[in-house]
Design a protein around this ligand. Structure first.
Ligand code: MOS
Length: 749
C-alpha cells in the first residue's frame, strides 16, 4: 500500500508504535480542561430539576419560593420557557432524537427535566431546585418489556431494515436434524461516562459558544443551530477533552438545549453539569431486550437456519429499538437467515447508541445460543463455529474485505489452552474446590466510515501542523491520529502539532461506530500527502534543489526530507525547499471516508474470538472471571498500546454486561432504583483478572486507503457470551438472563 501512494509517501515509522498518549500528562496533572472547568465572566449555575415520577403531569411548582431564595436568578419552567426555533419533538436529522425541553407539563419518564433553576452559585441554585417542591398528577407507569403490546420495526435505527431474510427459513427448519429454540434477556444499561454531561453556553448576539464534550463536534454545530434558529457557522463548539462518551455524547439532548436556552433567556453564560443520578434518563441508554434464537443443524453440524428475533424497549415518544438481531447477519454460514425486530413503548427516556449498539446485546444472546446448539450436538463450541465459518457474508454472498477470524480462533485458543477443555459441564475444579468453566464467543463489529476533512500545514521551519475536529473521548485519538498524520507528512511525531476538538477546524467526523481512526485518519493522511505532493513539485522544478529534475514519482518523504528513492544521497529538507520558495507555509487538504463502490462490493467487519475462564463457588455461587483471552483482527493497528487499551476496555465492559450492570426499575413508580454507583454495578479492579489481548495481523486492501478498521466496540461483543458459556460449563446451569447473578444460580441449585 505504501508504495502506491502518490509521490511515494511511505507509511512511515510513526504508525505501529506504542506511543503513549500525547495528552496523558495534561490529564494526570489536571492541566487538561474539561467543559465544566470553564468559568466565563458573569457565569450562572444551572441546576437540573428531574421528574420524580415516570408518567403523568406536573401540577404545581413553587416557583415563588425558589425565586425568593437568595442567589436564585431565574427559574425556567414550561410556563416561561422561551420558544425554540427547532421543535425538540421533530427529527430533522439522522442523528436527531426527540427530547424533553420543557415543552409542556407532561412527564414521559422519570428524571426528565421539569424545570431548570439558575443561580449565582451552585448552592443557591440547588436550594432553589429543592424549594420547587413539585406536585404531580400521577399515572401508572408502564415498566418492562411486557407492559404494552409490541410493534413491528419496519425501518430500524439509522435506516437499517427492521427485518432481514435470506434463504428459505421454513425449509431450513424442516431440514434440521437437531435444533435449539432459546430466549435470552438483557437489561437496560446506562452509559455513565466518568464525566457526566456538561455544558457551558455563552451567547454573544447570535453567536453561540459551547464548551461541551461531544463525539461529533462539527456536525453538532448544525444540530444546535437548528434548535436555536442560527446558521451552523454561528456555533463554536469546543470539546478538547471528553471524560468518556460511549455514544451518549454523540446526540443532542434536553439538558444541553435547556442550558443553552437559559443562557439566552438570562443574557448570561450558563453552566450545567448533570449529577450522576440525572444521567439515568435524559441522555440515552442501552434498551432492555428479549431475544429469541432458533438454530437448526444437519447431520454434519452445519447450520440449516439461524433465526434471531429481538424485542427491545423504547420510549413512548421516539424510536430507538436496539438492533440486536443484526448481530446474526454477518457471522455464520447458515442455510437460511432471518433477523427481525420489535419495539415496545414504555415510560423511559429514549434509548440511544451505547458502545457496540445492537451487537453488544445481540452477540451476547447469539453466542450463548450457539453454545447451546454445540452442546446439543455434542460438539466442541469452537469446532461448531469452525464448521459454520462463513467464507463470504451470509445472505449477501459478498466477499469480506478481510477476515482473519480463523487466525483469531487459533491464536486465542492456543493462548488460552482451550484444547484441554472437557465437553461436559461441571468437570473441572481448582485446588480450592471452586467449579471451573471455560467458554468462548465470536466477536464481530462492522467497520463503517463517515466523512471527514483535514488540513496539513508544512511550516517554514519544516515542522507540521495538522488540523481536524476529531473527538478524543479517552480512546487516544489525539495520539493515534497524530501518528497517522505524521506519516502522511513524512515527519517524526515530535515535529507535528495536532489541533483538534474545536468546531472551527475541518470536520473530523463522528467519533462513533468504531470508525473514527479510519475516518479522520484517512483525511489526515491524505492532507499530509497533499502537502508533500506540493512540496515535491516545488523541489523537482527548482534548479537549486538536489532533487531538480528527479521526477515526482521517484521521491520519498521521510523525517522531514525528500529523497530520490534509488539514490538516497540526493535529498533536500522541507525547511530548505520552503525557504528557497520564499519561506511561506504550505497547506495540504484531504478528505476521509470510503468510496461508495468499495462499500458496495465488500462486507467489512472487525472480527475476534474471546475465551473465558470462570470460577464459581459450589456452595455460595459467587462468580469470578479469572481469565479472559481475546484475539482480534481489526486491520492495521496504528498504536498497539492504545488499541489494546480499547480492547481491554471493551472486554471489561463484557464482564460488566455479563455479571454486573443493570438498571432496576421499580414496577410501582417506574423510577430507576439504583441510579448511582453504589447500586449500579460496574467492575472494579478486583473483578478484572488475567485479561489478555492478542491483535492478529490483518491486511485489508479494501476497507480504506490505510487498511484501518476499528477496535472501539468489538471487545464487548463475544466477551459476554464467552462468560455466560463459561458459567454454564462450570456449573451445568444455563442462565438466559443478563447480568448473571448469584441468586440465578442458587435458584437452580
Ligand atoms: Mo458509539 S455507541 O458509536 O459512540
Amino acid at each position: 500500500m505504501s508504495d502506491t501512494l502518490p509521490y511515494a509517501t511511505r507509511f512511515g515509522s510513526n504508525s505501529g508504535q506504542s506511543t503513549s498518549r500525547r495528552d496523558g500528562v495534561a490529564k494526570v496533572t489536571g492541566a487538561a480542561t474539561f467543559a465544566a472547568d470553564n468559568h466565563p465572566q458573569g457565569l450562572l449555575y444551572a441546576v437540573y430539576v428531574p421528574a420524580t415520577i415516570a408518567r403523568g403531569r406536573v401540577t404545581h411548582l413553587d416557583v415563588a419560593a425558589a425565586k425568593a431564595h437568595p442567589g436564585v436568578v431565574e427559574v425556567m419552567t414550561p410556563q416561561n420557557r422561551p420558544a425554540l426555533a427547532g421543535d425538540p419533538d421533530s427529527k430533522p436529522f439522522m442523528f436527531a432524537f426527540r427530547f424533553e425541553a420543557l415543552q409542556d407539563d407532561t412527564v414521559r419518564y422519570a428524571n426528565q427535566p421539569i424545570a431548570l433553576v439558575l443561580g449565582e452559585t451552585i448552592e443557591a441554585a440547588t436550594e432553589g431546585a429543592r424549594l420547587l417542591n413539585p406536585q404531580y398528577q400521577v399515572m401508572p407507569p408502564r415498566v418492562g418489556l411486557d407492559a404494552e403490546a409490541p410493534y413491528k420495526v419496519v425501518v430500524g435505527n439509522f435506516g437499517r431494515p427492521g427485518e432481514t431474510v435470506h434463504g428459505d427459513v421454513a425449509a431450513g427448519h424442516a431440514a434440521a436434524v437437531q435444533s435449539v429454540d432459546v430466549t435470552y434477556e438483557t437489561p437496560a444499561q446506562y452509559h455513565n461516562a466518568m464525566e457526566t454531561h456538561a455544558v457551558v453556553a455563552s451567547w454573544d448576539g447570535d453567536q453561540l459558544t459551547l464548551d461541551m464534550p461531544h463525539q461529533a463536534i462539527v456536525m453538532s454545530r448544525g444540530v444546535f443551530g437548528y434548535y436555536f434558529g442560527i446558521p451552523a457557522e454561528n456555533v463554536l463548539l469546543r470539546s478538547p477533552y471528553l471524560g468518556g462518551g460511549f455514544g451518549s455524547k454523540s446526540i443532542a439532548n434536553g439538558p444541553q438545549v435547556l442550558a443553552i436556552l437559559a443562557a439566552r433567556m438570562t443574557g448570561r453564560p450558563v453552566k450545567l453539569m448533570l449529577r450522576r443520578d440525572q444521567m439515568f434518563g435524559p441522555v440515552g441508554h442501552r434498551g432492555a431486550t428479549r431475544q429469541r434464537l432458533r438454530i437448526g443443524i444437519d447431520e454434519a453440524g452445519h447450520m440449516t437456519v439461524l433465526e434471531h428475533e429481538a424485542l427491545a424497549a423504547t420510549s413512548t415518544f421516539d424510536d430507538f429499538v436496539e438492533n440486536a438481531a443484526n448481530a446474526s447477519q454477518g457471522l455464520y454460514a447458515a442455510g437460511a437467515l432471518r433477523s427481525a425486530h420489535e419495539g415496545v413503548r414504555i415510560d423511559i427516556g429514549t434509548p440511544g447508541p451505547m458502545r457496540a449498539p445492537g451487537e453488544a446485546s445481540g452477540s451476547a444472546a447469539l453466542e450463548c445460543a450457539m453454545d447451546e446448539m454445540a452442546e446439543r450436538a455434542g460438539l466442541d463450541p469452537l469446532e461448531f463455529r469452525l464448521r459454520n465459518y462463513a467464507e463470504t457474508e451470509p445472505g449477501t454472498g459478498k466477499p469480506y474485505s478481510s477476515k482473519a477470524l480463523r487466525a483469531c480462533y487459533a491464536q486465542g485458543a492456543e493462548r488460552f489452552g482451550w484444547a484441554g477443555r472437557p465437553l461436559k459441564p461441571r468437570q473441572m475444579r481448582d485446588e480450592q474446590g471452586m467449579l471451573v468453566g471455560w467458554g468462548m464467543g465470536t466477536a464481530l463489529f462492522p467497520a463503517p466510515m463517515f466523512a471527514a476533512q483535514a488540513r496539513a500545514t508544512l511550516r517554514p521551519d519544516g515542522s507540521g501542523l495538522v488540523e481536524t475536529a476529531a473527538a478524543d473521548m479517552g480512546q487516544g485519538a489525539w495520539t493515534a491520529l497524530a501518528q497517522i498524520a505524521a506519516d502522511g507528512l513524512g515527519l517524526p511525531l515530535d515535529k507535528v502539532e495536532f489541533r483538534s476538538g474545536s468546531s472551527d477546524l475541518p470536520d473530523g467526523g463522528i467519533a462513533g461506530g468504531s470508525g473514527h481512526t479510519a475516518t479522520a485518519g484517512t483525511a489526515l493522511h491524505a492532507a499530509g500527502v497533499d502537502a508533500v505532493r506540493q512540496l515535491t513539485a516545488m523541489a523537482v522544478s527548482d534548479p537549486a534543489s538536489p532533487l531538480f529534475g528527479a521526477g515526482n514519482a521517484s521521491i520519498v518523504a521521510r523525517d522531514g526530507r525528500l529523497f530520490v528513492a534509488e539514490d538516497a544521497s540526493r535529498s533536500d529538507s522541507y525547511a530548505d525547499i520552503l525557504a528557497r520558495a520564499g519561506g511561506q507555509a504550505l497547506v495540504g487538504t484531504g478528505s476521509g471516508g470510503r468510496a461508495p463502490e468499495a462499500a458496495g462490493r465488500h462486507a467489512m467487519y472487525s472480527h475476534g474470538a474471546v475465551f473465558a475462564e470462570v470460577k464459581v463457588d459450589p456452595d455460595l455461587f459467587q462468580i469470578r472471571v479469572t481469565r479472559l483471552v481475546g484475539a482480534f483482527a481489526a486491520g492495521r493497528i496504528i498504536n498497539p498500546k492504545l488499541a489494546n487499551s480499547q480492547l481491554y476496555g471493551g472486554m471489561i465492559w463484557g464482564i460488566s454486561f455479563a455479571l454486573h450492570e443493570e438498571a432496576r426499575f421499580d414496577p410501582r413508580t417506574g423510577r430507576i432504583m439504583n441510579a448511582d454507583f453504589a447500586g449500579y454495578h460496574i467492575p472494579v479492579n478486583a473483578d478484572v483478572k488475567g485479561l489478555e489481548v492478542i491483535t492478529v495481523h490483518e491486511d485489508d486492501p479494501f476497507v480504506n486507503a490505510l487498511g484501518i478498521k476499528g477496535v472501539g466496540e468489538i471487545g464487548i461483543t463475544g466477551t459476554v457470551g464467552a462468560i455466560g458459556n463459561a458459567i454454564w460449563h462450570a456449573t451445568g446451569t444455563r442462565i438466559r438472563r443478563f447480568p448473571i447473578r448469584i441468586e440465578d444460580l442458587l435458584a437452580h441449585a
